[in-house]
Design a protein around this ligand. Structure first.
Ligand code: SF4
Ligand code: SF4
Ligand code: FES
Length: 261
């Protein structure tokens, strides 16, 4: 176990625990945007910066991807230099994405002046390059449909050759974890559209009420994962409401159970 002091409180955690996890175990809040508990740390947004004191050597590190490997470390999460560094990170994010609501809200809470920002690009960008979408697609869905492309101010997330990928299941996990709402998902003429990835997917519909259920590719993927013979996904496609109604109707049609005492 590793012992660490955070904001004057001492805690013991298994070696390799991140500063963020250790701080949260003490109820200490550290702001994050690119962190998600289900994903590998990435350290992109730099909002989780904290001050680390290692035997008198002080440094500013990202709490989300700094593993605690030795005892005697002292962490401060709210010093003036920590806040100065976090505000600088926020300004850099705002310079790229000035219209993103979550950034504007942080600027308001942290009293960051957004009037003097030097904008990068046209001010319409909504992607802060946090990499959550890339990681969830690769690490959780196992598909690797999207990745970072280009460098510097041109850097962004895209599909190979910026074309629709046959690998995209339309699961929308990428949109779910996106902290800025940059990944737009729509339904049009019975198809599921994921704008930034050019995904345009046929959907399947509930066999009873006709409600859109899932992209056909995702449905086939689930069928394959569960085995063609069994599993909920191998049955007639029904929405949860119609499935419940069908089960209730089937139960009502059963002959009354007689108990012999
Ligand atoms: S919708 Fe496509 S790109 Fe997004 S996580 Fe699912 S498979 Fe990956
Ligand atoms: S699209 Fe969203 S999740 Fe993906 S890198 Fe950009 S901000 Fe992050
Ligand atoms: S949450 Fe740590 S760098 Fe983004």
């Amino acid at each position: 176990m590793i012992q660490v002091e955070i904001d004057g409180q001492t805690v013991e955690m298994p070696a390799g625990t991140t500063i963020l996890a250790a701080a949260r175990s003490l109820g200490i809040e550290i702001p994050t945007l690119c962190h998600h508990d289900a994903l590998e740390p990435f350290g992109a947004c730099r909002l989780c910066l904290v001050e680390l004191n290692d035997g008198g050597r002080k440094s500013i590190v990202a709490a989300c991807n700094y593993p605690l490997e030795q005892s005697e470390l002292v962490v401060e999460t709210g010093t003036a230099s920590v806040w100065e560094a976090r505000k600088m990170s926020l300004k850099l994010l705002l310079a790229r994405c000035p219209g993103v609501a979550v950034l504007q809200e942080l600027a308001r809470q942290w009293s960051v002046d957004t009037q003097e920002l030097l904008l990068i690009g046209d001010g319409e960008e909504e992607c802060i390059l946090c990499g959550c979408c890339v990681r969830v697609c690769r690490e959780v869905i196992g598909k690797n449909v999207i990745s970072f492309v280009y460098r510097g101010v041109e850097r962004r997330v895209s599909t190979p050759f910026d074309r629709e990928s046959e690998l995209c299941l339309g699961c929308t996990a990428c949109a779910y974890v996106c902290p800025t709402g940059a990944i737009k998902v729509d339904q049009e003429n019975g198809r599921l559209l994921i704008a930034p990835w050019h995904s345009d997917l046929e959907q399947i519909f509930c066999g009873e009420c006709g409600e859109a259920l899932a992209p056909a590719r995702l449905y086939a993927h689930l069928r394959a994962a569960e085995g063609e013979e069994g599993g909920a996904a191998a049955e007639e496609p029904l929405c949860s409401r119609c499935r419940r109604l069908k089960i209730t109707a089937a139960a009502a049609a059963l002959p009354e159970t007689k108990y012999i005492l």
